[in-house]
Design a protein around this ligand. Structure first.
Ligand SMILES: [Zn+2]
Length: 122
């Protein structure tokens, strides 16, 4: 029976698991059970020639939804800056947003252009 099973393709584009687990504290629902997309990668994959050649209908649907649309067709959520503090005291900042329709979570690491410097009080 096991010889009938082929390799399983795992498509994971999430931040470190500790961050995923902690995301309920910033309002993300079912964080461990939903799809995660790094926003920059998601936007990059919307137009890939390889996909157009391999799966033209799928690529056409993606383009037809227009830029800035979630895989379900909903407008992409705005990402909010969330800072997580580890037990060690180290902080990690991510931009996180969740689609209200399909609950896909979009995230990215902040860049100098998207995050203003903040004053640390500790
Ligand atoms: Zn969605």
């Amino acid at each position: 029976m096991s010889s009938r099973l082929g390799p399983i393709e795992i498509d994971c584009d999430a931040p470190p698991y500790a961050i995923v687990r902690a995301c309920h504290m910033v309002g993300v629902r079912s964080a461990e059970d939903v799809r995660w997309w790094r926003l920059s990668e998601y936007l990059r994959q919307q137009i890939r020639w390889r996909d157009i050649l391999r799966h033209p209908l799928k690529a056409l649907k993606r383009v037809a939804r227009g830029p800035g649309r979630c895989g379900c067709g909903e407008k992409l959520p705005s990402l909010e800056k969330c800072t997580f503090t580890r037990i060690s005291g180290n902080k990690a900042t991510y931009l996180i947003g969740q689609c209200p329709n399909c609950r896909t979570v979009y995230w990215d690491e902040p860049t100098a252009a998207t995050v203003r410097p903040t004053r640390m009080s500790d």
